[in-house]
Write a protein that binds this ligand. Structure first.
Ligand code: SF4
Length: 370
C-alpha cells in the first residue's frame, strides 16, 4: 500500500509523464491479477421507486417529477434471458430502496432465474440499497450471489449529510458491508469523486477504507449534479482542497484503487461515460478497470432511471450496446470474458471457507449410536 503522502501527491499530480506512469502501473497490476478479459454484466434497473432522500440522487423520494415504475417478475426474467442470449455471465438487478420489493417477492424472482434452463447459470448481483438482515439472508439463500452497496464517501460527516437515515436505529452502509460478507455474498462498494464538501484527504481515506474492507467489486464515478436534488443545486467550491468531479480525477482514483485492491473487479462506470460518451469506457479499461455493464433495462423504463441527468446508454438498444461493446473490447486487444467472472478476492475467500469447513468437519467427533 502506498503511503498516505504518495497517494495524495498522485491525486494532485498534473505532469502528463507521471500520470502516464500511474496509468501503466495500474494497467499492469490489473493484467497480472484479473487478466485481460473484460466481463460484461447485464444491468436490469428493476424499479425507480425509493423511500430514501439521498441529497445527490434524482430518484430520491422527494422528487415528484420522476414517473415511477417497477418491472414485473416476467419482465425481469425476459431481460435476464437477453443477458444469457448475449453470453453474459451475470445479471445485476438494481433499484432504489423500494418497499414494495419485498423479501419474498424478490426471492421468488431470484428462484425463477436460477430455475429457468436459459438463465440458471447466470450469477445474480443485487443492488437495492440498505435492506434488513432477514431480507439479505433470504435473497442469498434463494440464490443471489453478489451485493453492491456504495458508501460514496468515507468521511462520516459528509456521509451523514448526503444520506439522511431512514430511522435512527437502521444499520448504515458501513455496517452492512461486513454483514454481506458474513452472509456469503461477493460484495461490492464504491464512491463518488468530487462531491461538494469532499477533500483530497477524504479521497485518500476512501482508498485506505477500500484496502481495509477488501471488497470484491469497486465502482468509482464522478459526482454528477442533478438539478432536482439539494446537492445538485448547491454551488461547488472550486479549487483548493475540493477535488474536481472531472474524468482525470476519477481515473487517478481508479488507478490508485486498482493498486490498493489488485484482485477486485472494477467496472468502467456509466457516470464516467456520461461525462465523455466518446471513449470514457475504453479509457477506464486502460486505467485499471476490467468490467462493463451493458444496460438491458427495457427502453421505456431505462430513461426513467435518472439518478443523474443525460445518462449515457439511455438510448441504445441492448443489441446495439452489445455489438458495439464486443467491437470496442476487441479493438483494445482484449477479450470478452466468458462465465461468471467472480473476482479472485472472492474465490480466495470461498476456497478458504471451504477448507476451514472441511477441517472442522474432520475434527468434529462422531456420536456413536447406541
Ligand atoms: S441513492 Fe439509492 S437509496 Fe439513495 S435516493 Fe437514490 S436510489 Fe434511493
Amino acid at each position: 500500500m502506498l503511503p498516505r503522502t504518495d497517494i495524495l501527491a498522485r491525486l494532485r499530480e498534473t505532469d502528463p509523464a507521471k500520470l502516464e506512469e500511474l496509468r501503466r502501473q495500474a494497467d499492469a497490476v490489473r493484467r497480472e491479477n484479473v487478466g485481460d478479459d473484460v466481463h460484461l454484466r447485464g444491468l436490469i434497473e428493476i424499479s425507480n421507486h425509493c423511500r430514501r432522500r439521498c441529497l445527490y440522487c434524482g430518484l430520491r423520494a422527494d422528487n415528484a417529477r420522476v414517473r415511477r415504475y417497477r418491472m414485473t417478475g416476467d419482465e425481469i426474467l425476459a431481460s435476464a434471458r437477453r443477458a444469457a442470449e448475449f453470453g453474459y455471465g451475470t445479471v445485476v438487478l438494481q433499484g432504489g430502496e423500494d418497499p414494495n420489493i419485498t423479501g419474498e417477492w424478490l426471492a421468488e424472482v431470484i428462484r425463477r432465474i436460477k430455475a429457468d434452463p436459459a438463465t440458471c447459470d447466470l450469477a445474480i448481483t443485487l443492488s437495492l440499497g440498505e435492506r434488513s438482515e432477514e431480507e439479505l439472508a433470504l435473497w442469498r439463500s434463494a440464490g443471489a450471489d453478489r451485493y453492491l452497496l456504495r458508501f460514496e464517501t468515507s468521511n462520516r460527516r459528509l456521509y451523514e449529510k448526503i444520506h439522511p437515515p431512514r430511522s435512527p436505529d437502521a444499520k448504515d452502509r458501513f455496517a452492512l458491508l461486513p454483514m454481506l460478507k458474513r452472509l456469503g455474498y461477493e460484495v461490492g462498494t464504491g464512491i463518488m469523486v468530487g462531491i461538494p464538501g469532499q477533500s483530497y484527504n477524504d479521497l485518500v481515506a476512501d482508498i485506505e477504507l477500500f484496502k481495509k474492507l477488501q471488497p470484491d467489486m469497486i465502482g468509482l464515478g464522478p459526482f454528477l449534479p442533478h438539478p432536482e436534488t439539494p446537492l445538485g443545486r448547491e454551488s461547488r467550491p472550486a479549487g483548493g482542497d475540493q477535488p474536481s468531479n472531472d474524468e482525470m480525477t476519477t481515473w487517478k482514483m481508479l488507478a490508485l484503487t486498482r493498486l490498493a485492491c489488485p484482485a477486485a473487479n472494477i467496472p468502467g462506470t456509466t457516470a464516467l461515460a456520461t461525462l465523455n460518451p466518446a471513449d470514457a469506457y475504453e479509457t477506464s479499461l486502460q486505467w485499471g478497470a476490467n468490467v462493463v455493464m451493458p444496460n438491458l433495462t427495457p427502453p421505456e423504463y431505462r430513461r426513467l432511471y435518472e439518478i443523474y441527468p443525460n445518462k449515457a446508454d439511455a438510448r441504445e438498444s441492448a443489441e446495439e450496446f452489445h455489438e458495439t461493446w464486443v467491437r470496442r473490447i476487441t479493438a483494445l486487444g482484449r477479450g470478452v470474458g466468458v462465465g461468471r467472472g467472480d473476482s479472485p478476492s472472492y474465490l480466495q475467500r470461498a476456497a478458504m471457507l471451504m477448507e476451514t469447513t472441511m477441517l472442522l468437519s474432520k475434527k468434529t467427533p462422531r456420536i456413536s449410536r447406541i
